[in-house]
Design a protein around this ligand. Structure first.
Ligand code: AHR
Length: 516
């Protein structure tokens, strides 16, 4: 048994979690839209073709904001082809995912779906094959009340009121060679600024995210952020970050350490953004939009998925089957995001259904929760409030994280990895403190003592853990509940002392009521 000491104080606050931190992502990719959220003819479909079984799971998962329509897809997308009478919408070759896009689902349907699910929409404009003109027209169609051809077209299409979409992404992963219309930092910085200018003239109430690097592994990482922000600093509110954790090397301790690289990534991007501000002597702070994050590797390099034969509609691509250890690494990523709540103001789990997703469906059949569903539901439902600065004293290990997609070095050295990764959230509204705890030790439990200053008495309100004797266990159509949370009893709170015993390789969430 390892021993750990965790301390925090009511007044030592990292930041308040923004509602938008708990978002996800719906891309026209594989069966995320078609056969995922939208399947007319499915036994549970409503009059709009929205699957109600999926909607129920989405409500349980509780994402707050939803990015759409891509991803790589958006860089070749013509939004006009996804609005208006459905029977007149064209079928197009989607070069991003080598599929046919039927355009039966488009922006208006997406907005309706978001409203139904009580989720804020986040839209991305195409700065790959198109540019500022398309971006301002898309925005005008969505947000302008009436009296112009485009706003009246929306009304004619049946959406009288403006969609009032506030959060817009200026393209997607424009630094990536795979992206349609990929650009250098200078080229992107210029076009993003010009798009931002005409978009904010069209609707000054919007907020904009410029593309950061599509991963910390990119050879242009760092310089990309600096140059892009030198151009866009005055026009945008956010810069984006993307990360997909992997276990290519089949090295579980390293995999579970890898969320710590997200901590470094966030802190580095903050430093770069603030250096751009400093050079301008500006008090403005660019916030971070971590608008793609997840675990993704089994279906990432698999050519069978990306380069399928023919041009199918809604193919079964990127249908990653998540196991127990993926859920643990994923939980670590949730903790990394929470612990940077001062600067990461938006986040999107990529993605929502079927394609690298917490929810799986069978077309025409049932829907079920993947293992990663559980830590995300905890994160979103219980992670709202003030994130407290935690002091964690626990044994550490060191590791080398293998990432075959890195260009220069195959390994990231992570020298000091605490076996316990923690986040503590104080909700003044609910009068609670919630702990998110990841025990990364594969064979040892952790005996933890807690010292919480400034809260009076802590009384356990609820606690559960996610673990499985087999780290490769997963949920399937046949066994949808193989991996699911169970009550956690090994917590004692008496006479102001709190202690608990965490199981090896486990994700535990404990919520306490506080007396002040
Ligand atoms: O989420 C899957 C893909 O990963 C997205 O389309 C792209 O932006 C990223 O490379």
């Amino acid at each position: 048994m390892q021993k750990a000491q965790v301390r925090f104080d009511r007044d030592f606050i990292i930041g308040e979690t923004d509602r938008r931190l708990f978002g996800a992502f719906v891309e026209h990719l594989g069966r995320c839209v078609y056969g995922g959220i939208f399947e007319p003819g499915h036994p549970t479909a409503d009059k709009n073709g929205f699957r109600r079984d999926v909607l129920d799971l989405v409500r349980e998962l509780a994402p707050t904001i939803m990015r759409y329509p891509g991803g790589n897809f958006v860089s070749g997308y013509n939004w006009e082809e996804g609005v208006g009478p459905v029977e007149k919408r064209p079928s197009r070759m989607d070069l991003a995912w080598k599929s046919i896009e039927t355009n039966q689902f488009g922006t208006n349907e997406f907005i309706d779906w978001c409203r139904l699910a009580d989720i804020e929409p986040m839209l991305a404009v195409n700065l790959g094959t198109r540019g500022p003109d398309e971006a301002r027209h898309y925005l005008e169609y969505c947000n302008h009340p009436s009296g112009t051809t485009l706003s009246d077209l929306r009304r004619e299409h049946g959406w009288e009121k403006p969609h009032d979409v506030k959060f817009w992404c200026l393209g997607n992963e424009m630094d990536g060679a795979w992206q349609m219309g990929a650009k250098t930092a200078e080229e992107y910085g210029r076009i993003a600024t010009e798009a931002a200018k005409v978009m904010k003239l069209t609707d000054p109430t919007i907020e904009l995210a410029a593309c950061g690097s599509s991963g910390r592994k990119m050879s242009t990482y760092g310089e990309w952020e600096r140059i892009v922000l030198e151009h866009t600093f005055d026009d945008v509110e956010y810069v984006s970050l993307h990360t997909y954790l992997n276990n290519y090397a089949d090295d579980t301790p390293s995999f579970l350490a890898s969320p710590d690289l997200m901590d470094s990534f966030i802190e580095e991007v903050v430093a770069i953004a603030d250096s751009v501000a400093a050079r301008r002597r500006s008090p403005k702070r660019i916030m971070l939009s971590f608008d793609e994050w997840n675990v993704w590797y089994r279906t990432r390099r698999g050519d069978e998925n990306r380069i399928q034969t023919g041009w199918p509609v809604a193919p079964h691509i990127l249908e990653e089957k998540y196991n127990m250890q993926d859920a643990l690494a994923f939980g670590g990523a949730c903790i990394s995001l929470l612990n940077h709540a001062d600067r990461v103001k938006a986040g999107c789990l990529a993605q929502l259904v079927n394609a690298i997703a917490p929810i799986m469906t069978e077309t025409g059949g049932p829907a079920w929760r993947q293992t990663i569903f559980w830590p995300f539901a905890d994160f979103s439902n219980l992670g709202r409030g003030r994130v407290l600065r935690t002091y964690v004293d626990v044994p550490t290990y060191s590791t080398r994280y293998y990432d075959p997609t890195r260009t220069e070095e195959l390994y990231d050295r992570i020298e000091t990895v605490p076996y316990l990764k923690v986040s503590a959230i104080h909700s003044e509204t609910d009068q609670t403190v919630t702990l998110f705890l990841l025990n990364r030790h594969l064979s040892d439990g952790i005996e933890l003592n807690l010292e919480a200053t400034g809260f009076g008495t802590l009384t356990k309100q609820r606690a559960h853990e996610l673990r499985h004797d087999n780290l490769l266990a997963l949920n399937t159509r046949e066994k949808p509940d193989e991996v699911k949370p169970r009550e956690f009893d090994a917590v004692e709170a008496a006479d102001g002392c709190v202690s608990m015993k965490l199981a090896p390789a486990s994700w535990t969430v404990v919520r306490f009521d506080v007396s002040k």
